[in-house]
Design a protein around this ligand. Sequence first.
Ligand code: HEC
Ligand code: HEC
Length: 283
Amino acid sequence: MKIRTLAGSVALVALTGMATWADPAEDKLVINGEIEMITHTEKAPDYIEGLSEQYSGWHFRDADTRDMERDDFDNPGMLAVDAAKEVWNTADGTEGKSCASCHGEPESLRGVRAVMPKFNEAKGEMYTLEMYINDCRTERMGAEAWGWNDADMVNMTALISYVSRGIPMNVAIDGPAAPYWEKGKEMYYTRYGQLELSCANCHEDNYGNYIRADHLSQGQINGFPTYRLKNARLNSIHSRFKGCIRDTRAETFKEGSPEFIALEVYVASRGNGLSVEGPSVRN
Ligand code: HEC
Ligand code: HEC
């Protein structure tokens, strides 16, 4: 055990270089001059042992990137929201229905993003937002399921996040969610890959430090989907998990896999209390 710990910290020192540290930016996020976002809490929930306070990833980005999120005209993720509004109103599938046929305005789903993932009683399993959307498509519209990272899917999750902006994340971790949460927590502290690094090694022990040019955040998911300047598109939660695991030079899991669903439950709960911020802007 000692040796593994050592291997991990050596890898981390190599990655973080001189371990340059910088405070999360002291800044406040108010979108369009009206939606006040909770991007920092003085106290993390008690069940998150390793965090005393919570920060949205927004605090770790540079001033220009932070500014892009203050106004919807400057947020490139809003193009996806607009595209999804069109899809929302367009009939698809054998039933000739659109999302609007049953749900009316997208605002009718306000609050939904804040509680995802949640246990789907009817199906008897944990469901992410993507899974709810696909059930409506396949079972209620007679349309084809969207792929996890299809533009239509990621755009729709952006629209459903957008109508919840500002609402604090409030994912359930008890009752039927408990076993998923436990599994996700175990994954969070498991060291992956040749570098033998866990999520916690980077996002709990080292947030504030720099990995190369990247200011390490707490790896929160309240801002998803995120528009990344690096790949100039919106990114799903699971594709971000995949990228982070791949960076440890490990075999990774697939989008929608039971592992990533459990991990999402746990990581979402680490952000309970932070505002839904998607679509956010990151580098
Ligand atoms: C034929 C009617 C119908 C259509 C069309 C439909 N839905 Fe639904 N949707 C429902 C019903 C019914 C539920 C379950 C509501 C509940 O359990 O509270 C639901 C649930 C959902 C949920 C989960 C809400 C929650 O609170 O858990 C989401 C998200 C959703 N739909 C998105 C969509 C999207 C996006 C589309 C279009 C791609 C769509 N739906 C099309 C009827 C429909
Ligand atoms: C080697 C260090 C490292 C490890 C290990 C790692 N990440 Fe990351 N992660 C990063 C870096 C660097 C970024 C980009 C800067 C940032 O937002 O922290 C990032 C970003 C993220 C983000 C985006 C945050 C935002 O606000 O946009 C999430 C979510 C995330 N990681 C989750 C995870 C999870 C879950 C794990 C474990 C499976 C993990 N990471 C493991 C380095 C790591």
